[in-house]
Design a protein around this ligand. Sequence first.
Ligand SMILES: [Zn+2]
Length: 61
Amino acid sequence: MPRIVTTCPTTGQTVPTGYRSADLDLEHLAGPMSFRCTACEKVHAWTATDVSIEATARFVA
Ligand SMILES: [Zn+2]
């Protein structure tokens, strides 16, 4: 299941939001979501326009 990822505004790294694409309907997201960033350990808010679905192909060696 592909993860929903976003870009950390502090480090610029691509980080997982903790949600997977099946967990949320991004097109009908009610409002900003927040998560604790794995790159800088701060809490960031994100909306549907800030995130992308991580390609499963990335995991193919
Ligand atoms: Zn961060």
